[in-house]
Design a protein. Structure first.
Length: 326
């Protein structure tokens, strides 16, 4: 997919990301990791990383790792020589070859199995590969951008993601914050999408009634920017009013706001607290999870995790000591 627009938003969180994109794009980094929940803009950012790099005139190849059948990895990536012994008639050049000089975007990278992960790591380290049926290595110059919405650190612990590949990819990584952590960006994005849909659907929708701002600010946006975009498009298609009104917001979202589920993430809460723990144990455990989560989102950086949690670095360290975290 090709996105034509810019990264929209002026929250501190997204400005930080934009700065990072600029810096990384112009750097010589050959492997970049993008982490973000679903719909946060990983695809968009991968594309910007390519466009702002010296590679922009070369190909940007987009691969969803979940869609590559396990036994076809070599064929798809490395390609295959026209065979004397095999029944391959035409040479298949493969994705690596297609991306040479440019960027290869590997979306949902933890979907690769262990063997494919090993091959990817080999490629990152040696920057050469061998086509199936060939006896010669070919050198390549590719920037690999890997994306995931999973916390890779957890995947490593669960034995699903190779430790060495994880460390290799961690070197340069960009964390995209969820929409709910971007202040009023939901409003700025809504304005942008309304303009877009006015054009696309030949409409003249002008803004929204005031309570919509409150709704957009308070809602948890589990599907992030994509959810907001889809919500507005749905309203454009189904409603005829020239303004976005509260009655256009799906009952599902209103119910969630009323029950306060948005603020407490009720699912994970029951999961963590369980049924027969003391209040003390349950709250401590909850605090540990929150801190661990913040730390892993910020790659273990204490002061950034503290920022995310709205604590001073000192207060966070104090909490961690109290909870016997290392
Ligand atoms: N900051 C932003 N400014 C403008 N548009 C954005 C922004 N972030 C996301 N979008 C738009 O939201 C939609 C979802 O973004 P994208 O597909 O990049 O998300 P993703 O993180 O790759 O999601 P998934 O994990 O589901 O693949 C796209 O239409 C994209 O253009
Ligand atoms: Mg995507």
């Amino acid at each position: 997919m090709m996105y034509s627009h810019e990264i929209i938003g002026d929250s501190t969180a997204i400005l930080e990301v934009k700065k990072m994109v600029q810096r990384v794009a112009r750097s010589k980094a050959l492997a970049v990791l993008i982490y973000g929940e679903t719909g946060t803009g990983k695809g968009l950012i991968a594309e910007k990383l390519h466009q702002q790099s010296v590679r922009s005139q070369k190909p940007f190849i987009d691969v969803n790792c979940a869609s590559i059948p396990v036994d076809l990895f070599d064929q798809e990536f490395f390609g295959q020589e026209r065979g004397k012994l095999s029944n391959v008639l035409l040479r298949n050049n493969g994705l690596i070859n297609a991306a040479n000089g440019g960027t290869l975007f590997l979306d949902e990278v933890p979907e690769l199995n262990h063997l494919s992960q090993t091959k990817l790591l080999g490629l990152l380290d040696r920057r050469r590969f061998r086509r199936i049926g060939s006896v010669r290595d070919v050198e390549v110059d590719i920037r690999f951008i890997c994306a995931t919405n999973r916390i890779l650190f957890k995947e490593v612990k669960a034995g699903k993601f190779r430790n060495d590949l994880y460390f290799r990819l961690q070197v340069v990584s960009i964390n995209i914050p969820p929409l709910r952590e971007r202040g009023d960006d939901s409003l700025i994005l809504a304005e942008y999408f309304i303009k877009e849909f006015n054009r696309r659907y030949g409409r003249t929708v002008k803004g929204w009634e005031p309570s919509i701002s409150e709704i957009f600010r308070a809602y948890h946006w589990p599907g992030n920017v994509r959810e907001l975009e889809n919500l507005l498009e749905r309203i454009f298609v189904l409603e005829t009013d020239d303004q976005i009104l509260v009655k256009h917001i799906p009952p599902r979202i209103m119910r969630e706001l009323e029950s306060g589920a948005s603020l407490t993430h009720s699912n994970s809460l029951t999961e963590i607290i369980g049924v027969n723990k003391s209040f003390q144990d349950a709250t401590s455990e909850f605090q540990v999870k929150i801190i661990q989560n913040a730390l892993s989102l910020k790659n273990g950086k204490l002061s950034q995790a503290a920022d995310l949690l709205g604590l001073s670095r000192h207060a966070l360290r104090h909490q961690m000591n109290k909870l016997h975290m290392r």
